[in-house]
Design a protein around this ligand. Sequence first.
Ligand code: NA7
Length: 541
Amino acid sequence: MAGTVQVDAVVVGAGMSGLYMVKRLTDMGLDVRAFEVGDNVGGTWYWNRYPGARVDLESFDYSFSFDDGLQQEWNWTERYAAQPEILKYLNHVADRFDLRKHFTFETRVESAAFDENRNLWIIKTSGGETVEAKYFISGAGVLSTPKPPEIEGLDNFRGKWYHTGRWPHEGVDFTGLRVAQIGTGSSGIQVAPVVAEQAKHLTVFQRTPVYCVPTDNYKLTEEMRNTVKAHYTERRETSRHNRYGVPAEFPTIKAFEVSEEDRRQKYEEAWGEKGHLLAFRMTYADVLADEAANKTVADFLGAKIREIVKDPVTAERLVPKTYPFGTKRPCLGIRFYEIFNEDHVDLVSLHETPIERITETGILTSDGTLHEVDVMVFATGYDALTGAILRMDITGRGHRKLRDKWKDGPRAYLGISTNEFPNFFMITGPLSPGPLNNMAVSIEQHVEWVSDCIKYMEKNGFATIEAQEQPEQEWFDHVQEVVGNTLYLKANSWYLGANVPGKPRVFIPYLGGAGTYRATCDEVAKNGYRGFTLEKSKVEA
Ligand code: NA7
C-alpha cells in the first residue's frame, strides 16, 4: 500500500513503559516505531507539572533497575523526588540509550486494527501516517487520561481553569488570586499547600476525605546515595518479590497479635521517618483484610488529623469516615492538613453542600453560597487503568472492537493480553497489579515479560500469540476472588472505576501481590506460554 510503513513493532507512549519497551525491542534488533502525544519523553511526569508534584515512594526505588551503570551514575537529590527531577531522569534515560530517535512526538495513535489475513496490526496516527506492525504494544499509562470535570456550567466561567494532569508548561502564578480547588486525591493534596502559599484565598472543595500521611522528605547526601548504591542489587531483588514492589518484607504479624502500645509505636514510625505511601499498609498483615485491624489504623490517622487541624468542624470534615483505610489510594503530602489552620484557606465539604453549578464568577453550592474565585484548579483525577487504552480505536479478529469487548469491564489474561486481539500487549494493563505496586517495578516486569515473549516467538517462528478465552475468564475471576477477601470493595475508588460516571464497576488491579504475580507470569512463560495460543503463519509467503 502506498505510503504505508512496515515495522516489527509499534509502541504507544514515551513514559517509563514506552522508553524501556523500545529499548528492549531495539536491543533485540527489531524495527520499532513509537508514538507519543506530548512533545517529549516522560509520560506522567511530562504531563503532571502542577506545583508540588512529587513521587510518593523513595526515588531510589521509583527508578529503573535494568542497567547498573544507570543506577550508579544517577544521583537523586531528594528522598522523594519532585516532578522536574524525575522528568530530567527520564530524559537522561532517553539520551543515554539513544531512544528518542524511535519516537514520533506530538502524534496520537488513533486506531489499530488487526489484519487476520496478514497477521499484522494496521496502525493509524493523528499525523496521518499508517504503520503496519507485527506487534502492537500499549505503554499508554494507567493514569494518563484526565477525567473531564463533569460539573455543570464550567463553560460559563470567565476565569482560567487548569487540570493537574495537563498543567501549562510555563506554570501558573496564583499570587494575589482567589482560587478554587476541586478534588483532594494524591494530586489535590500535593498542589493545595503550594497554591495556598501564593494565593490570596484558597477554597478546597472536598468530595471524599483522604488519608494523608506526612512526607518525611529531605535532601540526600553523597553518603546516603553511596550506601544505597553499594547495596542496590539486593534492594532491587527484594522489591521485585515484595507484595508492593518496595525493599521491605511484608509483615506476617496481625494487628491484634501485639499490644496496643506496640501498635501505637509502629504507627508512629509509619507516620514519621519510616513513612511512605505504603507504610501503613505494611504495618500488619491484616490491615486491608480485617475491619477491626483496619480501624486501628483509621483511628490513629483520624486522631492525627484532629491534632493538627485546630478548627474542630474542619478537622471532622477532613477525617475519612465512609471507607476503610487504604481502600482508596492513601496520599503522601507536605503540610496538607496544616494549611487549614491558615485564615485564607477554607474547606467546603461537598457531602454537606454539593456543587449546584459553576457560574461566570465562581462555584455555587447547594446552601446558596456563591464562592467567587479568579481561577479554578481541577485535581479531579483520571479515567484510570482502561481510559488510555480505550481511547484508541482498537479492533481485533473478526472486526471485534476492544471497547465492545470491555463494555462490562476489562478482560485480559494476566492483564497483559486479551483474547481476540493477537500480538497486542499492554504494559501494566488492567487486571495486573499496576498502580497497587511500585509502578517502576511493575513496568520493568511487564516490559521484560513481553519482550522475552516476543523473542521466543521470533526464535521459534511464531506468527501470532493470543490469550485463550477460558484462562482469561479464570484470571478475571481470580482477580475478583482475591479482592473479595479484602476490604477494597467498600470504597468508591478509581480502582473500581467508581470515579467515572457510567464506567462499569469492576475491580481492575490485581491484589494478589506483585511478587506472587511475577512468579505466576514467569511460570506461564516457562510452560510454553500456557493459556496462550501460539500459531505459525497461516499464510504462505
Ligand atoms: P484521584 O485520586 O482520582 O482524586 C480525584 C479527586 O477529585 C478525589 O478527591 C475525587 O473525589 C475528586 N473528584 C473527582 N470528580 C469530582 C467531581 N466531579 N466533583 C468533586 N470532586 C471530584 O486523582 P489524583 O489526580 O489525585 O490522583 C491520581 C493518581 O495519580 C494517584 O493515585 C497517584 O497514583 C498518581 P472522590 O474521591 O471521587 O469522591
